[in-house]
Design a protein around this ligand. Sequence first.
Ligand SMILES: Nc1ncnc2c1ncn2[C@@H]1O[C@H](COP(=O)(O)OP(=O)(O)O)[C@@H](O)[C@H]1O
Ligand SMILES: [Mg+2]
Length: 323
Amino acid sequence: MSGRTQLWVEKYRPTRIDDLASQEEVTKTLRGAIAQGQLPHLLMYGPPGTGKTSTILAVARTLYHPSVLKDRVLEMNASDERGIKIVRDKIKNFASHSVSSQKFDGYPSPPFKIIILDECDSMTKDAQGALRRTMEVYSSTTRFCLICNYVSRIIEPLVSRCAKLRFSPLGRDAMQKRLLDIASAQDVNYDATIYDQILDRSGGDMRRAVTLLQSCHTFYGDKTPNVEELSGGVPASLIEPLWTAVKANNLTEMSRLIDSLTLEGYSAATCFSELHDIVLKDAAVTDAQKATFFEAVAAADKCLADGANDHLQLQTVCAVLCH
Ligand SMILES: Nc1ncnc2c1ncn2[C@@H]1O[C@H](COP(=O)(O)OP(=O)(O)O)[C@@H](O)[C@H]1O
Ligand SMILES: [Mg+2]
């Protein structure tokens, strides 16, 4: 791929464990395992864009010589591959080929293969149960690396078979440093306030931050970018009046603004996340009211996850503070 069209998230994906920003606990644990050429089954969990996929790929690169990497590592997305049967067949096929005992200088080349299963939390409980059996059958020749956002959605028998590695949202300083490094490598020179805005809108998700930086560069070049517009965030000119209307118990205005937000195509989830920041900072709202509001947002979030209507959820949450 040419340098111009390459995605920066891929171009600047950490390739070695030492390149990972933050996640010290995780890297410390893994370094120990690699030094011994040993690897337990792993369960990596944490929010998106915190380095889970990059980490396991970096581990694989440390263990195996590039020429055998493809034979040793199988990467699958549990949510793509429909049904456990396909997953099982693929795993069976991959695991049943024996690994060569060929050693390379500088690579531990342990005698097992690595199977990476991304987005495990989207597998049904039954599929996870079947996976447990598969893991047992092939455990002498393979190591599984299960990746997910929510560890609570993984069944206990799987969790208990794996070493758990928790990935946290990246700290602001670490993200800023990384972002500035990428900017300077790409010859991007924005004001400090632009990087601040990008970080504000990324919430510890490095993939989001890097993608946003590249969008700024693509769409605005050297001009000052409109980060709010590019991040798909709700414009302050819509969300702030909504909050004012809610506080004033002005139901008509509240309904009108919610209508225009939905008509403009903003999802309830984005509106909630903007409202969350505004409400949190609003000194005129009591702690008890904030708590009530956040509780309503949490309930709405669950409803949205279950497929509820955005417009109605927005109205429900806003109505909670009207009386
Ligand atoms: N800890 C990190 N240090 C540096 N860059 C990171 C880190 N986590 C994520 N990134 C950036 O975000 C991109 C996506 O990371 P990835 O490992 O795929 O995240 P996850 O699998 O947790 O969603 C990477 O290509 C990299 O550019
Ligand atoms: Mg990933």
